[in-house]
Design a protein around this ligand. Structure first.
Ligand code: AMP
Ligand code: MG
Length: 281
């Protein structure tokens, strides 16, 4: 297939100077094709992703210490679940560790905000996927002042320090902030009210949160401004087009995995000898 990317997804989407309030959520940065071409390409690239993931898994199984952590952040209906199903769903489930973070439990509330996060970090050779993350503690928490400002203000630096250590110990961190427009969210919420197969996703509180849209945009802006680091970069993903979001995250993961330069682990046995034994068995 012709190359429909004018620049790699990790370049086209890398945060840096992006104004959340001005983002065109229906754009498809770096990609010149439309829905049909995007879907075809996704199918093709899913195979590439799957092979790279298997190499990471094999690496972990043979004593390697590397892993990948994909962090998905976004307002309700932004499409986080779709990424999990359609992107992560194309790789071997035994190499994926999925965690979602909702309202903290009573137990979690008795610990530092990073406690529950630390417990769900991926093992060696795994792709960890966070559906929401430590960033909720500077997003919903900030918007609703669930802790005093003096406390959430410190969290940006705490998150950076946390992620730096993770990166230094072998985790490739890929942070994706998914954005849909307020209108697109309305369409998607309406769908959840009109389709029996989607009722289960609906939460009345999601409508309440729409009134805080500007505050959320501000909170997301602060996240991008303060936690977009070389060791844990943010990618800003316009997500009105689901096919684009899925293709772009596939490319980001391919880039992260390819950057590890992993090869198949060498045989730790004498191949000729084992073939001889097999023949004789
Ligand atoms: P969902 O992802 O749709 O299942 O919703 C999870 C909900 O949990 C969202 O409304 C989040 O904002 C909320 N949530 C996640 N983390 C926190 C947190 N640390 N404090 C308060 N609410 C949170
Ligand atoms: Mg929800």
């Amino acid at each position: 297939m012709a190359n429909l990317w004018t620049e790699p997804a990790d370049v086209a989407l890398r945060a840096g100077g992006v104004r959340v309030a001005d983002l065109d959520t229906s754009s498809t940065p770096g990609f010149t094709g439309g829905k049909r071409a995007g879907k075809d390409l996704l199918a093709e690239r899913a195979t590439v992703l799957s092979v790279l993931q298997e190499k990471l898994f094999a690496h972990g199984r043979t004593g390697g210490h590397l892993n990948v952590l994909l962090i998905l952040q976004g307002m309700d209906t932004a499409g986080k679940g779709g990424i999990v199903r359609h992107v992560i769903g194309s790789v071997d489930p035994q190499g994926v560790d999925h965690a979602s973070f909702g309202v903290p439990t009573e137990l979690e509330k008795q610990h530092d905000f990073l406690w529950r996060i630390s417990k769900r970090l991926p093992a060696h050779g795994q792709i960890g996927v966070f559906d929401r993350s430590q960033y909720e503690d500077v997003l919903v928490v900030r918007v609703h002042n669930l802790v005093p400002q003096a406390e959430w203000e410190q969290r940006y630096d705490q998150i950076n320090a946390f992620e730096k250590e993770l990166a230094e110990t072998g985790t490739v961190i890929v942070k994706v902030a998914m954005f849909v427009s307020l209108e697109e969210q309305k369409i998607r919420l309406r769908e959840r009210l009109e389709r029996p197969d989607k009722y289960w996703k609906f939460n009345p509180a999601d409508i309440t949160e729409r009134a805080y849209w500007p505050q959320y945009q501000q909170a997301y802006q602060a996240v991008l401004d303060r936690t977009n680091t070389d060791y844990a970069p943010w990618y800003v993903l316009p997500s009105d087009h689901k096919w684009y979001a899925r293709l772009a995250v596939t490319e980001l993961l391919i880039g992260a995995l390819a950057g590890l330069n992993l090869d198949w682990p060498p045989a730790n046995f004498d191949i000729a000898e084992q073939l001889r034994r097999l023949d004789q068995s």
